[in-house]
Design a protein around this ligand. Structure first.
Ligand SMILES: *Cc1c(COP(=O)(O)O)cnc(C)c1O
Length: 351
């Protein structure tokens, strides 16, 4: 058969230690897995109970509107109503559905290095991917991003904080950028690590989104909520974007277990904040250890740290990390902040 030419670049990425990562997922403890920025703890007990209670109803389709989940997300973000809430099968799907709303042909502008999914989605949708280099200190360069906008630009994706660098933009900077952007360009803020940011000048993008016509903030249950296996993410956007978003979203894209678990987890905000606080403390401990070992690293506002040493060093110490080669940082490693004993292993590996 004749395949679309855009798909040629989309070969699946196979990490070098894929089989070892799979072994850890099956329960082996030869290695600890700090490759994918997952939380090292299981879901909150509230989320587990909600899934168990939902089990006898698995013969039924889930609520196609995910109304309870959207209410819970709206309640956690002052000023939002359920009409402002996007949901999807992971925030990956929320990103896909958002970019499906834009006109084609056209281009999507995003920073680089950043999350590789943006380029993949662009290719799948037949949009051009336009990558804008980070500044020398590994921050998203908003002036360069603005200069990259052309009449062909349909959307800009800002990964904030940025994966794989862990660097963030303050809300004021994002707001000025949004105001400078043409109104017909969609601005997507990918905030997968929102809960781990300690800078008080960061939070509040939902207000920016609500007051705009073209800004959507996207977040996930895969990181601090510890629900990566259930696949559920959400977004906050003006009601008109939600309206169009619902036209392209598959009716039952968020399954029943995911809906009830995510709702319960969102409502347990105190426990979630505690987990985030633990990760932030452990992140500081890892960064101090990197410093003491004389390794360069990028100060992080996420649950991972990009450090200037090869992944093989960690591998020898029984720790699997994401090798920088795959992320645009050859010779570096991206290390997920794990639990106390996992982080101890990281520190032993470099000491
Ligand atoms: C982990 C991550 C996500 C989350 O993806 P899900 O589909 O919600 O699991 C989104 N964006 C970035 C930048 C990430 O690192």
């Amino acid at each position: 058969m004749k395949f679309r030419a855009e798909l040629e670049v989309l070969k699946p990425y196979n990490p070098p230690w894929m089989s070892r990562e799979a072994a850890v997922d099956r329960g082996s403890d030869t290695y600890v897995k700090l490759t994918a920025n997952e939380l090292s703890f299981g879901p909150l007990p509230e989320a587990e109970v909600a899934v168990q209670e939902a089990m006898p109803r698995l013969n039924r389709y889930p609520d196609r509107h995910a109304a309870a989940l959207r209410e819970a997300v709206a309640a956690a973000n002052p000023g939002c109503t359920p009409a402002n809430i996007l949901v999807g099968n992971g925030s990956s799907e929320v990103l896909l559905n958002l970019l499906q709303l834009t006109e084609r042909p056209g281009e999507v502008v995003f920073p680089w290095p950043s999350f590789t999914l943006y380029a993949a989605i662009a290719s799948v949708l037949g949009l051009e991917a336009k990558k804008v280099s980070l500044s020398p200190d590994h921050y998203v360069d908003l002036d360069a991003m603005l200069s990259a906008i052309t009449p062909q630009t349909r959307a800009v994706v800002l990964c904030n904080p940025n994966n794989p660098t862990g660097t963030h933009l303050k809300l004021d900077e994002v707001r000025s950028f949004a105001e400078a952007l043409p109104e017909d360009v969609l601005l997507v803020l990918d905030e997968a690590y929102y809960e781990f940011v300690s800078d008080p000048a960061y939070a509040g993008s939902h207000e920016l989104a609500l007051g705009s016509g073209n800004v959507a903030a996207v977040r996930t249950f895969s990181k601090v909520h510890g629900l990566a296996g259930l696949r559920v993410g959400y977004g906050i956007a003006p009601a008109e974007i939600t309206d169009y978003f619902e036209r392209v979203r598959f009716p039952f894209s968020v399954n029943l277990a995911a809906q009830v678990a995510a709702t319960a987890s969102m409502q347990a905000s105190e426990q979630i904040s505690k987990r985030a606080a633990f990760v932030m403390e452990e992140r500081e401990r890892l960064q101090r250890a990197f410093e003491e070992a004389g390794l360069g690293y990028v100060p992080s506002q996420t649950n991972f740290v990009l450090v200037e040493v090869g992944a093989d060093v960690f591998e020898r110490g029984g720790v699997l990390v994401r090798e920088g080669e795959a992320l645009g940082y050859p010779g570096w490693s991206r290390v997920t902040v794990g639990d106390t004993s996992e982080n101890n292993r990281v520190i032993s590996a470099i000491s």
